[in-house]
Ligand binder design. Structure first.
Ligand code: AMP
Length: 216
């Protein structure tokens, strides 16, 4: 039974997906991470998508569907996937349904993490990530206990995403409302949608997600 985490940028999809990986041994499939990897490794595709990502626009369906198809085929049948940041368009949702069907896999539940726009802007503008383990911090909401040292792995290297700025965020939010939010209705119609209040603190959201998964 595979899971989709759906929500605007800054909703906490990545943070919750990482928790599910740690606690339930699932495999996180983040198309954002895959595209950033492609970018950092300097592949042709990475160069093609870099500018689109920095602007905050969506990369073409063809590219992201290709990335996901390739990953799904590589993993053993027993693996449970958490899709984080995918699908983001109706075409991607249809393609994912077809891919899963073809592989004899099922989609168990789609969890929407709902967050107010003002909170998203605040969350994203102060966000930074540990280079060592990927733990996500925030200047005011969640600074590391010891300034400049990751609590999880002890690394002192951190980075900020090029698209975590106000201008890109405006484009990303518009892309979310225009292209991704129709998926809420799409999965509701398929009786797969559950919503959680993403304004609650991280542990409460995580407990709610675990409860939904236990019932799914
Ligand atoms: P994320 O890390 O999920 O916030 O994604 C960062 C950026 O990668 C997005 O703003 C898009 O430019 C691109 N991206 C990630 N996932 C997708 C997707 N499923 N479809 C299109 N573009 C994507």
């Amino acid at each position: 039974m595979n899971i989709i985490l759906l929500g605007p940028p800054g909703a906490g999809k990545g943070t919750q997906a990482r928790k599910l990986v740690d606690e339930h041994g699932m495999v996180q499939l983040s198309t954002g991470d895959m595209l950033r990897d492609a970018r950092n490794s300097g592949t042709k595709m990475g160069r093609v998508v870099a500018d689109v990502m920095d602007r905050g626009a969506l990369v073409t369906d063809e590219i992201v569907i290709g990335l996901i198809a390739e990953r799904l085929e590589r993993e053993p049948e027993s693996v449970v996937f958490i899709f984080d940041g995918f699908p983001r368009t109706l075409a991607q949702a249809d393609a994912l349904g077809d891919l899963l069907d073809r592989m004899g896999r099922t989609l168990g539940v789609v969890i929407e993490i709902a967050v107010d726009d003002e909170a998203l802007v605040a969350r994203i503008s102060g966000r930074f990530t540990c280079e060592g383990c990927g733990e996500v911090y925030h200047d005011t909401i969640k600074p590391p206990v010891k300034d400049g040292i990751c609590e999880e792995c002890g690394s002192t290297e951190f980075s900020r995403r090029a698209d975590d700025n106000e201008e890109s965020l405006r484009v990303r939010l518009l892309a979310y409302y225009k292209q991704t939010s129709p998926l809420i209705g799409y999965y509701h119609a398929k009786h797969l949608l559950k919503s959680v209040d993403g304004m609650a603190d991280m542990d409460t959201v995580s407990a709610e997600i675990s409860r939904i998964l236990a019932e799914a």
